[in-house]
Ligand binder design. Structure first.
Ligand code: ADP
Ligand code: ZN
Length: 723
């Protein structure tokens, strides 16, 4: 037999199929080790044939086969072709997406445990060998028993003697590490409301691939997803359930456990590598049928998929920021088409792109306008911070927020304070000369962290000692500008000394279940106030939260990005949605320096339709996505001159395309990126807006051609972040 193998090297020069000889029995999809040049490399078997396509003396044999069950399911090959041609990556890079990285790098292995079992109960055992007799009797009663435990009870000598006599034998069994095992489900099946039921029926009975569930926060979308999944499982199918990185909350886990027990497997960055590996194999072997996880779980090794759910579909975490820079919705759609199954996108604030497609009839649009039990959406109070400053209030808290916090605490309820900035203060500046502390490797200001009294770069992670004086003028009047979450906690402690406060941001969620610990402490009411970055905005359901404070609603409006309005609307709606979800009604205090801003107006009135109609119109008339494609060619390198040279060449080539076909290019320019340097690498870009994207392949090819060891060139389409 001959195997066609893709060698696991992500390089365009070896992006070919190699042939090796193999024993019969090797299966398509298996991972193998093969000789490659003077080394051996890992590879994937993507095809088998009886006859070779090369002279046999040139063909070397496969050296090793990795797994008992081929790791790749057949669907992977069709996806591999589409991903590698769409995003211009070698086939090996596309295949890597389907295999957990810990498995590829051989960092984790299965764990096995040895069990003793009865083989022949009639072997003769001498009268004096009492322990052996007892051990055999014991084992014949219980059938099998863990080897180590058996030895400690009856003595290793007795057990070994029984093995030698052929009375018992040892068998290795694979043990799965089960994440979050302590969580059991409490929430039983809920009776769906008529609106929920109608949504489920609409998904199941409408003959379209993609369904968009637009339901206000607290309208019970999770329950809809779970029912759709359950129905598919009943039909013998499998399902994928995607959530944004953070929102795999304790409630969600317990709901999944209650409903599906061991049939749900979790693929999440909060697991250890070993746990993830075992969960992945449970899915591959068919023991588990539901893959739950963040972005990468869209590649779960499932066959016969009945439904793919993407919760909070607008979330930026669904766009990959490393090559291949895929959109999760796009991959999910390819899989849905391959499997002939449903793709359900859900959100309280669908992305402009998804909503536009739904409005045009491409997606089935399902709308839920009310919260469960008709609970009101929380009232949003605008606090005009300009007036606060005029009144002499220079703190981060308006008098309205202070007052509402006081009430919430005295009522025994909980509050969430949202600020999308971690650390203590965002920048350190000298009042005498205006010096601002910046990172040596990046073009960004350093953030002061009070806990370890140091300055940190949030882009490269560099740490610096806090400055005792200004390095430029020697002045000692250092100002802390731009409040971060650490400072908010300190201020809250000073205002409400009795309040118990938790902080959730990138600095506090380290470790295996960092998020989980903070969220469960808060949901068990072991704290009164939760302060955090956007992590606190996503999907949580805390019944006792009756107040949400948005400290700086303007932050995301300041970016010059076509999506900043959309982002702000989504963020305000999502954070506000955490308030008043149970019996007590909720409030939101939104602090801003521009209360008249129209995006904030729409958000405060929960007017998604007003917002979206307006936004779609703007995008349509000014040619922005989804009515055009934003494409950025990034050029980065430590050597500024080489990067500049590449920028010039790339720009000139693109210019030529425009000269041929001016209609396609709405915009084309070259410039330094907004953040000029990160980790010592200078950053330049060719930015364009394209009508149809018909030259994308040419553009990807060009980027690959100019990329070398000195200067890195890559393409981003509609990037989530234009910094
Ligand atoms: P969403 O995801 O739309 O924001 P959730 O799915 O978190 O909303 O549901 C909001 C709350 O309503 C949750 O506490 C959930 O347990 C509850 N809930 C959902 N469906 C029902 C139902 N059919 N009956 C009673 N309570 C429900
Ligand atoms: Zn840095």
């Amino acid at each position: 037999m001959y195997a066609q193998v893709i060698v696991d090297i992500a390089h365009s020069q070896v992006d070919k199929i190699f042939e090796y000889s193999c024993e019969p029995g090797l299966e398509v999809g298996s991972r193998v080790k093969v000789p490659f040049g003077s080394r051996t490399m890992d590879g994937f078997v993507i095809g088998l044939s009886e006859t070779p396509s090369y002279p046999t003396e040139k063909i070397k044999p496969v050296s090793e086969i990795f797994d008992e069950l081929p790791a790749l399911v057949p669907e992977c090959f069709s996806l591999m072709e589409r991903i590698s041609s769409r995003y211009k990556v070698p086939k090996a890079s596309a295949l890597r997406l389907f295999i957990p990285s810990e498995m590829r790098l051989g960092k984790v292995r299965e764990i096995y445990k040895s069990y003793a079992k009865i083989k022949d109960i009639s072997v003769s055992i001498s009268k004096s060998a009492k322990k052996q007799r007892e051990c055999l009797d014991f084992l014949s009663e219980c059938g099998e028993y863990a080897f180590t435990e058996l030895c400690s009870e009856f003595g290793r000598g007795a057990v070994n003697a029984l093995i030698e006599k052929g009375a018992i034998y040892i068998e290795k069994q694979r043990i799965a590490r089960k994440p979050f095992e302590a969580i059991s489900g409490q929430s039983a099946d809920k009776k769906l409301t008529p609106a929920q039921l109608a949504a489920v029926m609409s998904v199941e009975n409408t003959d379209k691939t993609v369904h968009l569930v637009h339901g206000v926060t607290g309208s019970g979308k999770t329950e809809i997803y779970l029912r759709i999944i359950a129905d598919q499982i009943k039909n013998g199918k499998t399902a994928i359930f995607l959530v944004p990185e953070i929102s795999l909350t304790p409630q969600m886990l317990s709901q999944l456990r209650a409903r599906f027990g061991g049939e749900a497997a979790i693929l999440h960055s909060g697991l250890s590598a070993g746990e993830r590996f075992d969960e992945w194999w449970r899915l591959r072997s068919g023991e588990a049928k539901i893959a739950v996880g963040a972005r990468s779980a869209v590649f779960a090794p499932l066959q016969n998929i009945g439904a793919i759910i993407i919760d909070e579909e607008h979330d930026a975490s669904y766009l990959s920021e490393t090559a291949p820079r895929y959109s999760t919705v796009h991959i999910a759609r390819l899989r849905a088409e391959y499997n002939g199954c449903k793709l359900v996108l859900g959100s309280a604030t669908p992305s402009v792109e998804s909503y536009a497609r739904a409005r045009e009839g491409e997606y089935n649009l399902i709308t839920l306008t009310e919260r469960i039990n008709k609970r009101p959406l929380p009232e949003i109070i605008i606090a005009d911070m300009r007036k606060e400053v005029k009144r002499g209030n220079n703190t981060s808290f308006s008098s309205a927020l202070r007052e509402e916090l006081g009430k919430t605490l005295s009522d025994g309820n909980q509050a969430i304070i949202f600020l999308n900035r971690r650390g203590y203060s965002q920048k350190i500046l000298c009042r005498d000369c205006g010096y601002v502390a910046k990172c040596e490797h990046c073009d960004v200001t350093l953030t002061y962290h009070s806990e370890d009294d140091c300055l940190k770069c949030h882009y490269c992670g560099s740490k610096y000692r806090m400055l005792p004086a200004c390095p430029q003028c020697g002045g000692i009047h250092i100002r802390y500008g731009g409040t971060g979450t650490q400072r908010v906690v300190a201020d809250l402690n000073a205002m409400f000394p009795q309040a118990r406060i938790l902080r959730m941001d990138n600095d506090t969620v380290g470790g295996k279940d960092g998020h989980y610990k903070i969220l469960s402490a808060f949901s068990q009411k072991r704290a009164d106030i939760l302060v955090g970055t956007q992590m606190v905005a996503k999907g949580h359901d805390f019944p006792s939260v009756t107040l949400v404070g948005i400290l700086d609603a303007d932050m995301s409006l300041q970016f010059e990005d076509y999506r900043s309005g959309e982002r702000t609307f989504q963020l305000v709606t999502q954070v506000s949605g955490r308030s008043g979800r149970a019996d007590a009604s909720g409030k939101v205090v939104l602090q801003t320096y521009c209360p008249e801003n129209y995006i904030l107006r729409y958000a405060v009135n929960y007017d998604y339709l007003g917002f979206i109609e307006n936004e779609i119109r703007i995008r349509e008339t000014t040619f922005y996505p989804p009515y055009a494609l934003v494409c950025r060619i990034m050029i980065t390198g430590e050597d500024e001159q080489s990067a500049l040279d590449v920028l010039k060449n790339v720009y000139e080539e693109t210019e030529k395309l425009r000269a041929q076909d001016g209609d396609e290019f709405i915009f084309l320019n070259r410039m330094r990126s907004p953040i000029k340097r990160i980790q010592g690498k200078f950053r330049f870009q060719v930015l364009m807006r394209l009508k149809s994207g018909k030259y994308l392949k040419t553009i990807y090819d060009m980027a690959a051609r100019y990329s070398d060891s000195k200067t890195f060139v890559y393409v981003e389409e509609n990037p989530a972040n234009l910094s």
